[in-house]
Design a protein around this ligand. Structure first.
Ligand SMILES: [Zn+2]
Ligand SMILES: [Zn+2]
Ligand SMILES: [Zn+2]
Length: 280
């Protein structure tokens, strides 16, 4: 299983535009892995994970060519994961692109489709982008471009959003894509521990926050990622040689990439950065 990280930041990116904190200033000065764009990844050169506000930037500077990837898995409808406004272009020779979200995170793309139909009726042709929306439902496996994807409940903002995290199987390996979420809700633990018969080869977890000032239950900090990993291990759901990464990292960690990497390494965890290739 091959994973490429195009973007590894939280919603505000890093450095945040108007922020003068130590981490943002360090990023401006040193660039490298401390410069983080909004979260997006590519699995097995086939399944694109997220379509954030920085998709355009990943195409301009990160080597991403979205025309090649016709299936996009979305965790939830926040602009750092799903910028549906970008799907209004008038591309020439476009083929349908498929977007997979829960019902709650598909509201705006459904509205866009309805608005397009109305435009057709008034004789004004709608934009020639063809986003095809597919609903995913919690705990119901779905096949997407050679991958079996199981949506799990995330702890993220309100219930209307229906944010999801995913177990993704490519026929050989199992990856848990775990952002954006706080410490997993009980129903997700119950599914992983008692109903799912697989074992994870890799985890990618949300590490937005600082351990001391945890300002929201919607994201995690490094100690919570460790807690998740230890619980997975205890349940026999994580292989001993599993690949463990944190991503969705913000200045709120109050750690530079090197500082966070040093802390994470104590627990066998690595820290993702923009442009990173990982073999799972
Ligand atoms: Zn986010
Ligand atoms: Zn900052
Ligand atoms: Zn979010």
């Amino acid at each position: 299983m091959k994973l490429h990280f195009y973007g590894t930041s939280g919603g505000g990116a890093q450095p945040e535009l108007y922020c003068s904190c130590r981490i943002c200033n360090y990023a401006r000065e040193h660039r490298g892995p401390d410069m983080r764009s909004r979260s997006q990844a590519l699995l097995n050169d086939a399944l694109l994970i997220e379509f954030p506000v920085d998709t355009m930037m990943h195409c301009f500077y990160g080597g991403l060519d979205v025309r090649k990837y016709h299936h996009v898995l979305i965790t939830h409808d926040h602009y750092d994961h799903f910028l549906h406004q970008e799907l209004v272009d008038r591309p020439i020779g476009a083929t349908p692109h498929h977007y997979y979200t829960t019902w709650g995170s598909g509201t705006k793309i459904r509205e866009k489709e309805e608005a397009g139909k109305k435009l057709d009726q008034t004789g004004h042709p709608r934009p020639r982008m063809f986003p095809v929306w597919h609903e995913v439902k919690y705990f119901e496996p779905i096949e997407i471009v050679g991958h079996t994807v199981i949506p799990l409940v995330a702890r993220h903002v309100g219930p209307e959003l229906q944010a999801a995290i995913y177990i993704i199987n490519d026929g050989e390996k199992n990856l848990l894509w775990g952002t954006d979420t706080g410490y997993f809700p009980d129903e997700t633990w119950d599914y992983i521990e008692n109903k799912w018969d697989g074992v994870l080869d890799g985890v990618v977890l949300d590490c937005t926050l600082h351990a001391v000032e945890r300002i929201t239950p919607s994201h995690m900090c490094l100690p919570q990622c460790v807690e998740v990993i230890e619980r997975l291990e205890k349940a026999g759901k994580l292989k001993a040689d599993a690949v463990k990464y944190v991503t969705h990292i913000s200045h709120l960690t109050d750690m530079t990439h090197d500082e966070l990497s040093a802390e994470a390494a104590k627990h066998g965890i690595k820290v993702a950065y923009d442009g990173l290739d990982v073999e799972i």
